[in-house]
Design a binder for this molecule. Structure first.
Ligand code: NAP
Length: 250
Protein backbone atom coordinates (compact mmCIF):
# COMPACT_ATOMS: atom_id res chain seq x y z
CA UNK A 1 0.00 0.00 0.00
CA UNK A 2 1.33 3.44 -0.91
CA UNK A 3 1.16 6.15 1.72
CA UNK A 4 2.48 9.66 1.44
CA UNK A 5 4.34 10.72 4.59
CA UNK A 6 7.56 11.09 2.54
CA UNK A 7 6.07 12.36 -0.72
CA UNK A 8 8.47 14.45 -2.86
CA UNK A 9 11.38 13.53 -0.60
CA UNK A 10 14.66 12.18 -1.94
CA UNK A 11 16.28 9.61 0.34
CA UNK A 12 19.78 8.16 0.15
CA UNK A 13 20.07 4.85 1.99
CA UNK A 14 23.58 3.44 2.31
CA UNK A 15 23.95 -0.34 2.26
CA UNK A 16 20.43 -0.84 0.93
CA UNK A 17 21.08 -3.98 -1.11
CA UNK A 18 20.39 -6.30 1.81
CA UNK A 19 19.03 -6.56 5.35
CA UNK A 20 17.93 -3.51 7.32
CA UNK A 21 18.94 -1.00 4.63
CA UNK A 22 16.92 -2.88 2.03
CA UNK A 23 13.80 -2.74 4.22
CA UNK A 24 14.32 0.96 4.98
CA UNK A 25 14.50 1.58 1.21
CA UNK A 26 11.29 -0.41 0.60
CA UNK A 27 9.43 1.27 3.47
CA UNK A 28 10.51 4.81 2.54
CA UNK A 29 9.57 4.21 -1.10
CA UNK A 30 6.17 2.98 0.08
CA UNK A 31 5.74 6.34 1.81
CA UNK A 32 6.39 8.12 -1.46
CA UNK A 33 10.12 8.91 -1.25
CA UNK A 34 12.42 8.57 -4.25
CA UNK A 35 15.08 6.20 -2.99
CA UNK A 36 18.75 5.95 -3.93
CA UNK A 37 19.69 2.36 -3.13
CA UNK A 38 23.40 2.51 -2.35
CA UNK A 39 25.38 -0.73 -2.33
CA UNK A 40 28.99 -1.80 -2.42
CA UNK A 41 29.35 -5.37 -3.74
CA UNK A 42 25.81 -6.75 -4.19
CA UNK A 43 24.83 -5.25 -7.56
CA UNK A 44 22.20 -7.90 -8.35
CA UNK A 45 20.53 -7.56 -4.96
CA UNK A 46 20.46 -3.77 -5.28
CA UNK A 47 18.80 -4.12 -8.70
CA UNK A 48 16.19 -6.42 -7.16
CA UNK A 49 15.39 -3.81 -4.51
CA UNK A 50 14.96 -1.16 -7.22
CA UNK A 51 12.77 -3.55 -9.23
CA UNK A 52 10.59 -4.33 -6.23
CA UNK A 53 10.08 -0.61 -5.58
CA UNK A 54 9.35 0.37 -9.17
CA UNK A 55 7.00 -2.57 -9.70
CA UNK A 56 5.01 -1.37 -6.69
CA UNK A 57 4.73 2.06 -8.30
CA UNK A 58 7.58 3.72 -6.42
CA UNK A 59 10.72 5.52 -7.56
CA UNK A 60 14.25 4.21 -7.00
CA UNK A 61 17.67 3.77 -8.53
CA UNK A 62 20.79 1.90 -7.47
CA UNK A 63 24.19 3.53 -6.99
CA UNK A 64 27.41 1.62 -6.34
CA UNK A 65 29.79 3.27 -3.91
CA UNK A 66 32.05 2.21 -1.06
CA UNK A 67 31.02 4.72 1.59
CA UNK A 68 34.34 4.36 3.42
CA UNK A 69 36.01 6.15 0.49
CA UNK A 70 35.85 9.93 1.08
CA UNK A 71 35.93 10.88 -2.61
CA UNK A 72 33.50 8.18 -3.74
CA UNK A 73 31.01 9.22 -1.03
CA UNK A 74 31.35 12.78 -2.37
CA UNK A 75 30.59 11.42 -5.84
CA UNK A 76 27.40 9.76 -4.59
CA UNK A 77 26.08 12.93 -2.98
CA UNK A 78 27.10 15.14 -5.94
CA UNK A 79 25.29 12.77 -8.29
CA UNK A 80 22.08 12.83 -6.24
CA UNK A 81 22.09 16.62 -5.88
CA UNK A 82 22.78 17.06 -9.60
CA UNK A 83 20.06 14.58 -10.60
CA UNK A 84 17.27 15.53 -8.19
CA UNK A 85 18.20 19.05 -7.06
CA UNK A 86 17.73 18.18 -3.38
CA UNK A 87 18.42 15.49 -0.80
CA UNK A 88 16.00 15.33 2.09
CA UNK A 89 16.91 12.13 3.91
CA UNK A 90 20.23 10.38 4.48
CA UNK A 91 20.27 7.01 6.24
CA UNK A 92 23.77 5.91 7.20
CA UNK A 93 23.10 2.20 7.41
CA UNK A 94 26.08 0.52 5.67
CA UNK A 95 27.91 -1.60 8.19
CA UNK A 96 30.11 -4.64 8.64
CA UNK A 97 31.35 -6.86 11.46
CA UNK A 98 34.78 -8.50 11.90
CA UNK A 99 34.31 -10.10 15.33
CA UNK A 100 37.15 -11.41 17.43
CA UNK A 101 38.50 -11.27 20.96
CA UNK A 102 40.59 -8.17 21.57
CA UNK A 103 43.80 -10.10 22.07
CA UNK A 104 43.35 -11.76 18.69
CA UNK A 105 41.92 -8.81 16.75
CA UNK A 106 44.03 -7.74 13.80
CA UNK A 107 44.76 -4.12 12.99
CA UNK A 108 43.15 -4.73 9.61
CA UNK A 109 39.87 -5.93 11.17
CA UNK A 110 39.81 -2.94 13.49
CA UNK A 111 40.44 -0.48 10.66
CA UNK A 112 37.96 -2.10 8.25
CA UNK A 113 35.08 -1.88 10.72
CA UNK A 114 35.87 1.70 11.76
CA UNK A 115 36.25 2.73 8.09
CA UNK A 116 32.88 1.46 6.95
CA UNK A 117 30.75 1.96 10.06
CA UNK A 118 32.08 5.26 11.41
CA UNK A 119 34.06 6.94 8.66
CA UNK A 120 31.39 5.94 6.12
CA UNK A 121 28.76 7.76 8.17
CA UNK A 122 31.07 10.76 8.53
CA UNK A 123 31.84 10.82 4.80
CA UNK A 124 28.18 10.80 3.74
CA UNK A 125 27.12 13.30 6.39
CA UNK A 126 30.07 15.57 5.55
CA UNK A 127 29.28 15.57 1.86
CA UNK A 128 25.55 16.20 2.21
CA UNK A 129 25.71 18.77 5.00
CA UNK A 130 26.37 21.78 2.74
CA UNK A 131 23.36 20.89 0.57
CA UNK A 132 21.06 20.31 3.56
CA UNK A 133 22.19 23.59 5.15
CA UNK A 134 21.48 25.37 1.85
CA UNK A 135 18.01 23.76 1.80
CA UNK A 136 17.52 24.69 5.46
CA UNK A 137 16.18 21.22 6.02
CA UNK A 138 17.04 17.56 6.09
CA UNK A 139 16.93 14.35 8.06
CA UNK A 140 19.96 12.27 8.90
CA UNK A 141 19.40 8.87 10.48
CA UNK A 142 22.40 6.88 11.62
CA UNK A 143 22.16 3.18 12.33
CA UNK A 144 24.13 2.52 15.50
CA UNK A 145 23.71 -0.65 17.58
CA UNK A 146 23.01 -1.97 21.05
CA UNK A 147 26.72 -2.89 20.97
CA UNK A 148 27.57 0.81 20.73
CA UNK A 149 25.35 1.59 23.72
CA UNK A 150 26.28 -1.32 26.01
CA UNK A 151 29.51 -2.73 24.55
CA UNK A 152 29.76 -6.37 23.48
CA UNK A 153 32.52 -8.87 24.15
CA UNK A 154 34.13 -10.03 20.90
CA UNK A 155 33.10 -6.82 19.17
CA UNK A 156 35.58 -4.17 20.36
CA UNK A 157 35.95 -2.76 16.84
CA UNK A 158 32.22 -2.85 16.12
CA UNK A 159 31.21 -1.46 19.53
CA UNK A 160 33.75 1.37 19.16
CA UNK A 161 32.47 2.19 15.68
CA UNK A 162 28.83 2.21 16.82
CA UNK A 163 29.59 4.30 19.93
CA UNK A 164 31.45 6.62 17.56
CA UNK A 165 28.32 6.89 15.44
CA UNK A 166 26.44 8.08 18.55
CA UNK A 167 29.02 10.83 19.15
CA UNK A 168 28.87 11.81 15.49
CA UNK A 169 25.06 11.94 15.69
CA UNK A 170 25.05 14.25 18.70
CA UNK A 171 27.76 16.59 17.36
CA UNK A 172 26.06 16.83 13.96
CA UNK A 173 22.67 17.38 15.62
CA UNK A 174 24.04 20.30 17.65
CA UNK A 175 25.85 21.77 14.68
CA UNK A 176 22.89 21.69 12.30
CA UNK A 177 19.79 22.01 14.51
CA UNK A 178 19.38 25.73 13.84
CA UNK A 179 19.30 24.99 10.09
CA UNK A 180 16.26 22.77 10.33
CA UNK A 181 18.25 19.54 10.06
CA UNK A 182 17.64 16.73 12.54
CA UNK A 183 20.19 14.01 13.19
CA UNK A 184 19.22 10.92 15.16
CA UNK A 185 20.51 7.41 15.69
CA UNK A 186 18.64 4.15 15.88
CA UNK A 187 20.28 1.49 18.03
CA UNK A 188 18.93 -1.88 16.89
CA UNK A 189 19.27 -4.94 19.05
CA UNK A 190 19.49 -8.35 17.37
CA UNK A 191 17.65 -8.20 14.04
CA UNK A 192 17.14 -11.12 11.65
CA UNK A 193 19.48 -10.39 8.71
CA UNK A 194 22.50 -12.01 7.06
CA UNK A 195 24.64 -10.26 9.68
CA UNK A 196 23.06 -12.29 12.49
CA UNK A 197 22.32 -15.40 10.40
CA UNK A 198 26.02 -16.34 10.60
CA UNK A 199 25.92 -16.55 14.41
CA UNK A 200 26.06 -20.06 15.87
CA UNK A 201 22.94 -21.53 17.50
CA UNK A 202 24.69 -21.26 20.88
CA UNK A 203 25.37 -17.54 20.38
CA UNK A 204 21.79 -16.96 19.18
CA UNK A 205 20.35 -18.74 22.22
CA UNK A 206 22.61 -16.75 24.56
CA UNK A 207 21.58 -13.54 22.80
CA UNK A 208 17.87 -14.35 23.12
CA UNK A 209 18.33 -14.90 26.83
CA UNK A 210 19.57 -11.29 27.14
CA UNK A 211 16.55 -9.85 25.33
CA UNK A 212 13.61 -9.09 27.66
CA UNK A 213 11.23 -9.84 24.76
CA UNK A 214 13.13 -13.13 24.17
CA UNK A 215 13.30 -12.99 20.39
CA UNK A 216 15.16 -11.25 17.56
CA UNK A 217 13.54 -8.30 15.80
CA UNK A 218 12.54 -7.96 12.15
CA UNK A 219 14.00 -5.49 9.66
CA UNK A 220 10.59 -3.78 9.56
CA UNK A 221 10.94 -2.91 13.26
CA UNK A 222 13.93 -0.72 12.35
CA UNK A 223 12.45 0.55 9.08
CA UNK A 224 9.27 1.74 10.86
CA UNK A 225 11.39 3.88 13.21
CA UNK A 226 13.46 5.23 10.31
CA UNK A 227 10.29 6.24 8.43
CA UNK A 228 8.96 7.98 11.53
CA UNK A 229 12.22 9.87 12.14
CA UNK A 230 12.26 10.96 8.50
CA UNK A 231 8.65 12.16 8.60
CA UNK A 232 7.24 15.51 9.66
CA UNK A 233 5.87 13.87 12.81
CA UNK A 234 9.44 13.69 14.19
CA UNK A 235 10.34 17.29 13.42
CA UNK A 236 11.14 18.23 17.05
CA UNK A 237 13.35 15.20 17.75
CA UNK A 238 17.10 15.58 17.30
CA UNK A 239 20.33 14.25 18.78
CA UNK A 240 18.61 11.16 20.14
CA UNK A 241 19.59 7.52 20.24
CA UNK A 242 16.46 5.42 19.95
CA UNK A 243 16.80 1.78 20.93
CA UNK A 244 14.71 -0.71 18.96
CA UNK A 245 15.88 -3.83 20.69
CA UNK A 246 13.12 -5.69 22.54
CA UNK A 247 14.22 -4.03 25.77
CA UNK A 248 17.88 -5.09 25.74
CA UNK A 249 19.49 -1.75 26.55
CA UNK A 250 17.08 -0.48 29.23
P1 NAP B 1 23.80 -6.89 6.27
O1 NAP B 1 22.59 -7.70 6.03
O2 NAP B 1 25.12 -7.54 6.40
O3 NAP B 1 23.87 -5.77 5.13
C1 NAP B 1 24.89 -4.83 5.14
C2 NAP B 1 24.70 -3.81 4.04
O4 NAP B 1 25.76 -2.84 4.11
C3 NAP B 1 24.75 -4.44 2.66
O5 NAP B 1 23.77 -3.83 1.85
C4 NAP B 1 26.14 -4.05 2.17
O6 NAP B 1 26.21 -3.86 0.77
C5 NAP B 1 26.34 -2.71 2.83
N1 NAP B 1 27.75 -2.33 2.93
C6 NAP B 1 28.74 -2.94 3.62
N2 NAP B 1 29.90 -2.27 3.46
C7 NAP B 1 29.63 -1.21 2.64
C8 NAP B 1 30.40 -0.14 2.11
N3 NAP B 1 31.71 -0.03 2.38
N4 NAP B 1 29.80 0.77 1.31
C9 NAP B 1 28.48 0.66 1.02
N5 NAP B 1 27.69 -0.32 1.50
C10 NAP B 1 28.26 -1.25 2.30
O7 NAP B 1 23.66 -6.02 7.59
P2 NAP B 1 22.36 -5.59 8.43
O8 NAP B 1 22.16 -6.58 9.49
O9 NAP B 1 21.25 -5.24 7.52
O10 NAP B 1 22.91 -4.27 9.12
C11 NAP B 1 22.62 -2.97 8.64
C12 NAP B 1 23.10 -1.96 9.67
O11 NAP B 1 22.45 -2.21 10.92
C13 NAP B 1 24.60 -2.04 9.96
O12 NAP B 1 25.11 -0.75 10.18
C14 NAP B 1 24.65 -2.87 11.21
O13 NAP B 1 25.82 -2.63 11.94
C15 NAP B 1 23.41 -2.38 11.92
N6 NAP B 1 22.91 -3.30 12.94
C16 NAP B 1 22.48 -4.55 12.61
C17 NAP B 1 22.00 -5.39 13.61
C18 NAP B 1 21.50 -6.77 13.33
O14 NAP B 1 21.19 -7.48 14.28
N7 NAP B 1 21.37 -7.20 12.10
C19 NAP B 1 21.99 -4.95 14.94
C20 NAP B 1 22.44 -3.68 15.24
C21 NAP B 1 22.89 -2.86 14.23
P3 NAP B 1 26.85 -4.91 -0.29
O15 NAP B 1 26.34 -6.27 0.04
O16 NAP B 1 26.35 -4.37 -1.58
O17 NAP B 1 28.32 -4.80 -0.15
Amino acid sequence: MMNNSLENKVAVITGASRGIGRQIALSMAEEGATVIVNYNGSAEKAKEVVKEITEAGGKAEAYQCDVSDFEKAAGLMDYVVKTYGHVDILVNNAGITRDNLLMKMSEEDFDAVLSTNLKGAFNCTRHISRQMIKQRGGRIINISSVSGVMGNGGQANYSASKAGVIGLTKAAAREMASRGITVNAIAPGFIKTEMTEVLSEAVKTAAEAQIPMKHFGETTDIANMAVFLASDKARYITGQVISVDGGMAM
